[in-house]
Each structure stands twice: as structure tokens, then as C-alpha cells.
Design a protein around this ligand. Structure first.
Ligand code: CP
Length: 279
């Protein structure tokens, strides 16, 4: 059993994961007799740490591979790494890597949880985003959602779009690299606005962000255009003052950014339980 993409999950499976995550949030306990290796070849703070917190909460024995001091540095492949860890008794792996769809060559040999692959998928992020939206609106149906940022490079965009479209919500994108659109012209009818990070590390040359907030950013002026009862989110890490002005980042009542991070723990508990118990 693996958890790799949102496209693989049925609507019923997503609903079950959300329900279970909210049970965990409300104090439900589980004790899972399993070993998990966390293999984060690309940097991460939120995803990596929240998987660790979730594993600890579930009584899972975890092994955090120190990438800088690992045999990846000697050129060992991911497949050989997994084969070696598995014969030590570790059968479940949380992986973040730049390599997209890396699991296709493994022929279902391993239990994998995708912690983000390249620019394609970030299914646990989509689940925690969906939980955050569901808690606010009590539904995922028929919402108008705007995603703004570096869409081409964004696994967050692809995964949340896949998820919300299963619930008949409309996800519109503004690609800050390509579109000649202004946020102000698209924000007024949206229930949810998801601001994405400019991923400087994936660009060949550093993007000029001096005018970014004026055109694409959330600030006091664009915030005023948002509907009553609408919310904004950001998966993090934030480029402070660029995608969202510092004065509203966490202080606006519409900001759900830290709630997303909190929900990340419970989303990942639900995912770990499903994969480790083959549910
Ligand atoms: N949202 C997200 O994936 O954050 P990290 O890169 O810190 O894990």
C-alpha cells in the first residue's frame, strides 16, 4: 500500500482520510506497530517535521535518514537504499525527492508515502489543505478557489486542483511567470485564495520580485476585495512581504496558514495509519 498522488485516491478515500484526521485532531489515539524511514532528499521543514510528530504520536518507530551523511552522497540509488533498509526490517518510507514519478520503476515493491516529488505531486499537502478548507466551510463542494504563484513549478497547485475538482469545486490559477493578470481582478468572487511561494531554487535566473506584491500579492488593499467568510492560505515556506504582506500574513482573521501547519500533523497521522496498516 502506498500513498503517491491525489489522482490515485477516490473521493471516498479522501473523505475517509479527512474524517480520520479530524478524529485524531479531536483526541483519538492509535498505536501502530511499524517501522518508517523518512527520506528527505529535498529540503523540508513542515512536511518532514510533521511526519515525525505524527509518527511519534502513533507509536511508530522512525528512522530519519541523514541525507548529507548518507550513501546517496556516494551515488547510491534510491531503489538500492530502499532495498537495503527493507532487509533491516523497515517496510514503510516517506520520501521527498526532486525526481518525478520515481516510484514507477519500483513496480509496487515498497510501501511509499510521497512527501513531494519534483513539480508534480504533494498529496499530503493537498489533504491538509482540504482539511483546513473543510473545517471552515463544512464542505469541499462548489467552492471557488484561486491559486496564485509559480504554478508551473508547483506540486502544491497540481495536487490541490486534483483534489478539489473531485468535489466539483472550481480551481482557477494565476501563473505569476506567464499570466498578464492582476490578482485584484480575480479575487472578488473567491472563497479560498491559495498563495504559492516563488520557487527561486527551480528558476535558472533569480526572478525580480520588486513589483510582485503590487501585481500578484495579498496586501491590505487586495484583502479588502475578498468576500466575507473567505479565507487565504499558503503552504509555506513564505517569501516574507512578497506573496503576502507581513502585516496580514498571520494577523488577518482570513489567514489559515498556521492552521494548515497544525492540520498537517493530523493529515499525516491518517495517511501513515492507512499505509502502515494497509487499510
Ligand atoms: N509546504 C511544504 O511542503 O513545506 P516544507 O517544504 O517545509 O515541507
Amino acid at each position: 500500500m502506498s500513498f503517491l498522488t491525489i489522482k490515485d485516491q477516490s473521493r471516498n478515500e479522501i473523505e475517509a482520510l479527512i474524517k480520520r484526521a479530524l478524529e485524531f485532531k479531536n483526541g483519538a489515539k492509535a498505536n501502530i506497530n511499524a517501522l518508517v524511514a523518512n527520506i528527505f532528499i529535498e529540503p523540508s521543514t513542515r512536511t518532514q517535521t510533521s511526519f515525525q510528530v505524527a509518527e511519534d504520536a502513533l507509536g511508530i518507530k522512525r528512522y530519519d535518514l541523514n541525507i548529507e551523511n548518507s550513501s546517496f552522497k556516494k551515488g547510491e540509488t534510491l531503489e538500492d537504499t530502499l532495498l537495503n533498509l527493507r532487509v533491516m526490517g523497515i517496510h514503510n518510507f516517506v520520501i521527498r525527492t526532486r525526481e518525478e514519478h520515481y516510484w514507477e520503476k519500483f513496480e509496487n515493491k515498497f510501501n511509499l508515502i510521497n512527501g513531494g516529488d519534483g513539480r508534480q505531486n504533494h498529496p499530503s499537502q493537498a489533504l491538509l489543505d482540504a482539511i483546513t478548507i473543510f473545517e471552515h466551510f463544512k464542505t469541499l463542494e462548489n467552492l471557488n478557489v484561486l491559486v496564485v504563484g509559480d504554478l508551473e513549478f508547483s506540486r502544491v497547485y497540481h495536487s490541490i486542483k486534483d483534489l478539489l475538482e473531485k468535489f466539483n469545486s472550481r480551481v482557477e490559477g494565476i501563473d505569476a511567470q506567464k499570466d498578464d493578470k492582476k490578482l485584484a481582478d480575480y479575487i472578488k468572487d473567491k472563497d479560498v485564495v491559495i498563495m504559492l511561494r516563488i520557487q527561486h531554487e527551480r528558476h535558472e535566473s533569480k526572478m525580480d520580485v520588486s513589483n510582485y506584491n503590487n501585481k500578484f500579492g495579498l496586501n491590505k488593499e487586495t484583502l479588502k476585495l475578498m468576500k466575507d467568510n473567505s479565507i487565504f492560505m499558503h503552504p509555506g515556506p513564505v517569501n516574507r512581504g512578497v506573496e503576502i504582506s507581513e502585516d496580514i500574513l498571520y494577523k488577518s482573521e482570513k489567514s489559515k496558514i498556521l492552521e494548515q501547519v497544525n492540520n498537517g500533523v493530523f493529515a499525516r497521522m491518517a495517511i501513515l495509519e492507512k499505509v502502515c496498516k494497509n487499510m
